[in-house]
Design a binder for this molecule. Structure first.
Ligand SMILES: [Zn+2]
Length: 394
């Protein structure tokens, strides 16, 4: 809720731009969360006066962020109510996920509904080529997007839009944000993949947006995105959420880092496939084959996946005790490809954590499924719009 400042802080007769922006954000967020709502309902939800809501709504309608729905007759013969809804037609936002082999481009409306997804296969990992390929695809979109979100793995400095280090692509200190902004002349935000997905989930994860959320990605790498008080927590070095080398209680495996029992050494896709190969299970180096074996009744394969689920649950218990988040969202092949092990993850997390919680409500798979990689970067633009609607459009 954004309250009005005490009157002594208002110079007489002058509008306060910063306050107006805060209020515009509150009105827009209320409609995002309530769905179609009358001005009086928005006033009640935000604590703003109806006059203030009316003023903000007029600006937001003019900016193409809100729209009025058809009037609904009032039950008490008073004036009909005119619900406001997020304008899903005027603006589009774009997001790209830059992977090793391809760039995935997504286009959403202002509620994060994915309208289009395009895959661009890389010809090389040269940053200039990848930027040009993405820029051309964005220029070919039917409508010029309001902004561009960029998600990429590795170590990312979001303040400067720089990829500090991405081992898979072989990138060091690549000024990705500047390159795309200059090429396309649209506002551009760059963030690490898992953090972009965490932010999108906190805004758009359905129903009431979660103010605090831990997003846990388990695939070939393991990491977390942390949203606290509706904002991403990055840490001064941009290193927050580095779950990979947190030690779990099972010390049977030595990690590449030299220590024993690291989360990633126990539970990543490649760790699991390597363990399966050690047990003479034929996976062809592919986790999906191990899952298929377990589904066909192979007990050794099932035991490996069950143990992994317990490792994931133990990692989540640590996060829950540290953060007490409203929601833990799971993503990556470790959870999405074998949903039959989700309850094992939940059971272990509840058993290990000291905090009391209902595991089925707290720990949920991402609602975006395999599209999370493109909805995530679109969420970077949506975050800017919902936090600072007027400034973002100027
Ligand atoms: Zn390690």
């Amino acid at each position: 809720m954004v309250a009005e400042l005490p009157s002594r802080l208002h110079p007489a007769g002058r509008r306060q731009p910063a306050i107006r922006h805060g209020n515009a954000s509150a009105v827009l967020r209320a409609v995002l969360s309530l769905g179609p709502a009358a001005r009086s309902e928005i006033a009640a939800a935000t604590g703003l006066s109806q006059v203030s809501v009316g003023r903000q709504a007029a600006d937001l309608i003019a900016a193409g962020l809100l729209r009025e729905q058809a009037p609904v007759p009032s039950s008490d013969l008073g004036r009909p109510r005119v619900p406001l809804e997020i304008d899903l037609n005027t603006h589009r936002v774009a997001g790209i996920h830059i992977g090793l082999r391809r760039t995935s481009l997504g286009v959403t409306d202002l509620r994060g509904n994915l309208l289009q997804r395009i895959e661009l296969n890389h010809h090389s990992t040269d940053p200039a080529e990848i930027v040009e390929q993405a820029a051309q695809a964005i220029e070919r979109l039917q409508r010029r997007p309001l902004g561009l979100g960029v998600a990429v793995g590795g170590w990312v400095r979001s303040e400067t839009g720089t990829v500090v280090e991405n081992d898979a692509l072989g990138w060091r200190d690549v000024p990705l944000g500047t390159a795309l902004r200059q090429r396309l002349q649209i506002p551009t935000w760059v963030e690490s993949n898992v953090r972009a997905m965490a932010l999108a989930e906190s805004w758009l994860g359905g129903g009431e947006a979660a103010a605090s959320l831990a997003y846990v990605f388990v695939g070939n790498v393991i990491g977390a995105g942390l949203v606290i008080g509706r904002a991403l927590h990055r840490g001064p070095q941009g290193a927050a959420g580095a779950l990979a080398h947190i030690p779990l209680s099972d010390r049977s495996v030595t990690c590449q880092c030299g220590r024993e029992g690291c989360f990633q050494a126990l539970a990543s896709d490649s760790a699991l496939v390597a363990r399966a190969e050690d047990q003479k299970l034929s996976t062809g180096g592919d986790l999906s084959h191990l899952i298929a074996l377990a589904r066909a009744g192979n007990q050794a394969a099932d035991a490996l996946l069950r143990t992994r689920a317990r490792h994931i649950g133990e990692g989540i218990a640590l996060l829950v005790d540290l953060l007490d988040p409203e929601l833990v969202v799971l993503s990556g092949s470790g959870t999405l490809d074998a949903p039959e092990y989700l309850d094992e993850i939940r059971r272990e997390a509840a058993a290990r954590a000291h905090t009391d919680f209902d595991p089925s409500n707290l720990i949920v798979p991402t609602r975006f499924g395999a599209d999370a990689v493109v909805v995530g970067p679109c969420g970077l633009v949506l975050d800017a719009i919902y936090q600072r609607p007027i400034e973002t459009l100027v």
